[in-house]
Design a protein around this ligand. Structure first.
Ligand SMILES: CC(C)(COP(=O)(O)OP(=O)(O)OC[C@H]1O[C@@H](n2cnc3c(N)ncnc32)[C@H](O)[C@@H]1OP(=O)(O)O)[C@@H](O)C(=O)NCCC(=O)NCCS
Length: 180
């Protein structure tokens, strides 16, 4: 099974694998941030109930069991307030990508930068990966600031690479190599 990172990120902030029993709490966090998340994430309209979230979590529990992917909940002061996902791991090329979201009321405190830094260190040091990718909509400046803070290199812009409900967005692609 895909090794999980040390839960402790910093005071009051912990990461832990999402389990089915988190579905209700995660749905409440998503629903409270629906409009804010919908601006940049493509899955809000298909996430209408705790059972939708449970189905997503269960797919990810299976993926984790098969060493393919890992979804971590972000707990702040004990409450589930966001998530960070290690998407499909390409073991042949020792590469993966990550994605993330956080409750709007917790923005601006460096929580997500700390979580990403923690996960990136885990992927390089414990899983021996070589390359990590983060893709952000070009206009999603808060998201782009995270790879930029963490020393990722922008490789280019993928044109019209993501469909967001009624329009395409260009994706800025960043990578960091173990050797960077
Ligand atoms: C992307 C997202 C997680 C970024 O949140 P964020 O709060 O800006 O990111 P961080 O938690 O890393 O916080 C960074 C901010 O904290 C500040 N900060 C305070 N202490 C800090 C520290 N120790 N380290 C880093 N930054 C710190 C930074 O200066 C920055 O503030 P600024 O926005 O005023 O420049 C959030 O906007 C979000 O969930 N958006 C919706 C979903 C989304 O777009 N997901 C990404 C799809 S690609």
């Amino acid at each position: 099974m895909l090794a999980i990172p040390d839960p402790h990120v910093r005071g009051g902030v912990e990461l832990r694998p999402l389990e089915s029993c988190d579905a209700e709490a995660l749905f409440l966090a998503i629903d409270a941030n629906r409009a804010y998340l919908r601006r940049w994430l493509p899955w809000l309209d298909q996430t209408r109930s705790p059972s939708d979230v449970r189905a997503f979590i269960e797919q990810n529990v299976d993926a984790r069991r098969d060493d393919r992917a890992l979804q971590l909940g972000i707990c702040v002061d004990g409450g589930l307030r966001g998530a960070i996902g290690i998407h499909l791991v390409d073991w042949n090329n020792r590469s993966t990508s990550i994605g993330y979201w956080l409750d709007a009321s917790l923005r601006g405190q460096g929580i997500m930068t700390a979580c990403c830094s923690h996960v990136v260190a885990h992927l390089f040091d414990k899983l021996d990966l070589h390359r990590i990718v983060i893709r952000c909509a070009v206009e999603n400046h808060r998201s782009r600031a995270i790879p930029e803070r963490l020393g990722f290199v922008q490789e280019g812009v993928l044109r019209d690479a993501e469909w967001l409900y009624d329009h395409f967005v260009n994706l800025a692609t960043y990578s960091r190599l173990r050797t960077d």
